[in-house]
Write a new protein. Sequence first.
Length: 183
Amino acid sequence: MKHVFLCGNPALDLACTLRARRTTRFETLDAADRLDAWYLESGVVDAVSPCQEPDLAQAVAVREAVYALVTARLADDGYDDEALALVNETARKPSATPQLTAKGRWVEATPEQALSTVARHAIELLSGPEAPLMKECANPECTKIFIDRSRGGRREWCGMESCGNKIKAAAYRARKKETAGAH
């Protein structure tokens, strides 16, 4: 299974690795090698030393802290002190450092450095100009949060392929059923 990156920021993409939080929760980071794959597929790093179970547990804890901070921001609530402390503590650790090679940019990191990089993305997002652009997907079953960079800020779904088409098709079927019942 490949990870999905629809959110527009690595911190949001990490927060959304636990899908459908309100219904049938689906964990995509269920093993240390899945976290390795996430770091690589997300583009946070080009190479990462293999994650171990403690790295996975730490990443899941940071993911939950990021999600708590993001949802608090969306609800215009205050930040949870523990979530704030964990994200800040993680960001204070050394992050992944890009290197210039003959073939271009290369980022090699430990799991701790990769996670620090993601925590820094969270801080930059929540304190930066894109924070007001964050939205939760309009699909009631989806809990993905994305940055709406669309013209006019009218994007509703995390992705058309996943949620948008599903919601539009359901609305179409409901209209057809209603029309058929009226005759």
